[in-house]
Design a protein around this ligand. Structure first.
Ligand code: DGJ
Length: 754
């Protein structure tokens, strides 16, 4: 609810409030953004400078309260006395916007430039600010407990404005904070870093042309000492896939200024009279229940206000992707055999990845072309799709429409369509980007992709993009607008197509892309131990329904780490499950195990994909009404391990739950010469017998089953003891390095307790 009372704007969710006022100088002050309060409480939040701040610049001489440098603002100018970071820059000219009018609007205000935006039940406060020759509208939209902000600037004067910076959000928050960012690179996405915000600026910025795996646009500000369940945490994100910028800095007076928006690096727009520019939508959430509370709010927001309506709350298929198993080495026959095997495992969607078109037998050629490779597909793509659909699976296809190889028909016809600069072209993965700021390039992509989608039975698209931009410079923003137009033209008329975006893995994991497709491929690193941190760190700001999470081969291609199949499954369950490996060398016991994994996942799919997600100290949990699933993950085992406790979260204290282990099997081979601990036989560790036994015999691991109250389970279940060198026994858990286990917790007769 948004209200205006006694000169104060009150924006209230049930767990958050934002109070703003226009101060006597026409500047917009942020009185409060935090726990829910009343609009009438505004006086409690007024900051007064008392006798002033010495040599500071005053807006009104002799009025010591008129010093902009110490005010808690929600917007500011530049070169006019506020020396903290400015949200706006007119190429070196000062800016000084003051309040003109405001409006409270039911719903959202549509963007005018084609930028995506959050949707859903909302109210918007539009505050118009003016300075000679320019108008600025600041939009504050409240979606439940999440606030979004953006700025719209119009040149209302007679001469041009050189716009070199415009932020979407500025907030001065009283107090000290720590800033958590998620940084990395290819196969190393979302590494979490936390630093204190002191008097020097802390910056989170991407300048690669895209939101990037180097620095995800989402970040957190937390009060020192905040934990998973307690303390103040603010979460910030941007509905944008291009260069972004955010910064935080504490002032001498103890206000932490945070800004976020499009990166000003290389940003330049010449706004001629009458022209306008709008910033992307910033997303801001607050929780006084720690990081877990913040994630819960962000997850709900993404699931209900960001992802396309058609896919909200809709189950995602278990897919099989041929990339890691085949790379470029496939043809119709090999894929049909693979699809048969995938179907037998229980997969529901078969995805054909890179290499189906042009001369694409390696990553050096073919990008930009859409002609199906007749050598690989004598019956065309339709022939393959038909075959797969008759097996009872859906068919999905990979595209990389934004790029071009020099060795392609497209480049030979239109070399000028590639983005270059005045220097020799620089390549990445042998490719260049197409200039999506051009209408003819956008039309070419839309026509070709649409034609394939309409002529081949396709229900899923993987939209890849495998290079950073160079040569984009000031065009970076227009490129992203071009991309959004293309996505909109292709997918809005075909809402049933599940779009999973990808950029060398998670190089474009952002809310902008999620507005068009509900899933993103998190990382080319599918090693489950690596995924523990990639998926967990994504979970701070993104729900598990947005993670493409696949089981692949072990030892793993990126790390050479050998991990149990059970752990590969247990990690991938907490996302949209897929399999991506060559199936032909799987052992019978592995096939059985994968079948069981997929059947199990399907049974609990909705809980895994849409349940409330909790980060536990030793694992993850999802909960959906009466069903909870929790996994504990082990990195390295230690000798003589102590007792382990699993503390569940979010259960009803009084309700009774049945708690049980999801059964797991042990491979005989893992004991090697120690097999005599397991069976009364002495087998040669290098002999045929042990190898045979390993292929065919599995042993049950310890299982636990008990009934207890929610209160007890949240206080902590004592798990079975771990293997401690005293022999195999089902009264303990025999986990090796990188082992894990999963527990199913179901409410006993939920009807009676609800
Ligand atoms: C990069 C993606 O992240 C991979 O999953 C795969 O699709 C390759 N591109 C194909 O070239």
């Amino acid at each position: 609810m948004i209200e205006y009372k006694s000169g104060v704007f009150g924006l209230h969710g049930d767990r958050v409030s934002c109070l703003l006022r226009v101060n006597p100088y026409g500047l917009l002050e942020l009185l409060h953004f935090g726990p829910s309060v009343r609009t009438e409480d505004a006086d409690a939040f007024l900051l007064t400078p008392g006798l002033g701040w010495g040599e500071s610049i005053l807006l009104t001489e002799n009025d010591t309260a008129s010093c902009p440098d110490v005010m808690p603002l929600a917007w500011s100018g530049s070169g006019r006395g506020d020396y903290r970071e400015s949200p706006l820059s007119f190429g070196g000219q000062p800016t000084d916007f003051r309040y003109a009018s405001h409006e409270i609007i039911d719903g959202t205000v549509p963007t005018v430039s084609g930028l995506p935006q959050a949707r859903g039940n909302a109210q918007t406060l539009a505050i118009t600010m003016e300075q000679p020759g320019a108008q600025l509208i600041l939009y504050f939209t409240l979606f439940g407990n999440v606030l979004t902000r953006r700025a719209y600037l119009k040149n209302t004067g007679e001469s041009s404005i050189t716009l070199t910076k415009i932020m979407s959000n500025l907030m001065d928050l009283p107090g000290d904070y720590e800033m958590t960012t998620f940084d990395g690179g290819w196969i190393a996405e979302m590494r979490k870093h936390t630093v204190p915000v002191l008097d020097s600026r802390v910056v989170n910025e991407s300048v690669t042309g895209f939101s990037s795996h180097r620095h995800n646009p989402g970040f957190l500000l937390s009060a020192p000492g905040a934990s998973e369940t307690e303390g103040w945490v603010y979460g910030f994100n941007l509905v944008y896939s291009g260069n972004h910028y955010a910064a935080a800095q504490r002032s001498l007076q103890g206000l932490t200024r945070v800004v976020q928006g499009v990166s000003p690096t290389e940003f330049l727009r010449e706004l001629h009279p009458g022209e306008d520019f709008e910033s992307p939508e910033a997303v801001i959430a607050f929780s006084d229940c720690g990081f877990g509370g913040l994630s819960e709010i962000m997850h709900r927001f993404v699931n209900t206000c960001i992802v396309p309506n058609h896919w909200q709350n809709r189950p995602r298929p278990v897919l099989f992707n041929n990339w890691e198993g085949c790379m470029f080495d496939f043809n119709h026959r090999r894929l049909v055999n693979l699809a048969k095997d995938a179907k037998a495992l229980g997969c529901e969607l078969f995805v054909l990845d890179d290499g189906w078109f042009g001369k694409r037998d390696s990553d050096t050629a073919g990008l930009g072309d859409y002609t199906v490779n007749k050598n690989k597909f004598p019956h065309g793509l339709s022939g393959l799709a038909k075959k797969i659909r008759t097996m009872g699976m859906e068919f999905g296809l990979w595209f990389e429409p934004e790029s071009v190889n020099v060795d392609s028909e497209l480049y030979r016809r239109h070399p000028d369509w590639a983005l270059t600069d005045s220097f020799e072209p620089l390549f990445s993965r042998h490719q260049l980007l197409l200039d999506l700021t051009r209408v003819d390039v956008r039309d070419y992509i839309v026509e070709n992709v649409s034609h394939i989608l309409d002529t081949v039975s396709i229900t899923y698209v993987k939209w890849d993009m495998n290079r950073h931009s160079i040569a984009l410079g000031a065009k970076a923003h227009d490129y992203v607008l071009g991309l959004y137009e293309v996505l909109d033209r292709i997918f809005t008329p075909r809402p049933h197509i599940l779009l999973e975006s990808c950029s060398s893995g998670g190089n474009r994991f952002d809310l902008g892309m999620l507005c068009y497709g509900p899933q993103i491929w998190c990382s080319d690193d599918t090693d489950p131990i690596e995924r523990l941190s990639i998926q967990e760190n994504l979970s701070y700001l993104y729900p598990q329904s947005t993670f493409g999470a696949h089981v692949s081969t072990a030892p793993h291609a990126q790390t050479l780490r050998n991990t149990p199949l059970a752990t590969r499954g247990n990690v991938s369950f907490f996302g949209c499950l897929g399999y991506e490996l060559d199936l032909k060398h799987l052992l019978g016991i592995e096939i059985t195990q994968i079948k069981e994994q997929i059947a199990f996942y399907k049974q609990y799919r909705h809980v895994f994909q849409y349940g409330s997600f909790y980060r536990l100290s030793n694992g993850w949990q999802v909960t959906n009404g009466s069903t909870t699933l929790a996994a504990t993950f082990r990195k390295l085992v230690s000798a003589a391990p102590g007792y382990e406790t699993l503390k569940l979260k979010g259960l009803q204290r009084e309700a009774t739950y049945r708690f049980r282990t999801n059964p797991q099997k042990l491979r005989v081979g893992q004991f090697s010469s120690l097999v005599k601990h397991v069976a009364p036989v002495d087998l040669n560790p290098n002999g045929v017998l042990l190898r045979l036994a390993d292929r065919h015999i599995t042993l049950p691991d310890g299982e636990q089953a008990l009934t207890a109250s929610g209160a007890a389970l949240m206080a902590g279940v004592r798990l079975l003891p771990l293997f401690r060198g005293t022999g195999y026994d089902t009264s303990q858990r025999t986990l090796t390095d990188f082992g894990s286990e999963l527990y199913i917790i179901e409410e006993d007769d939920p009807c009676e307790t609800s």
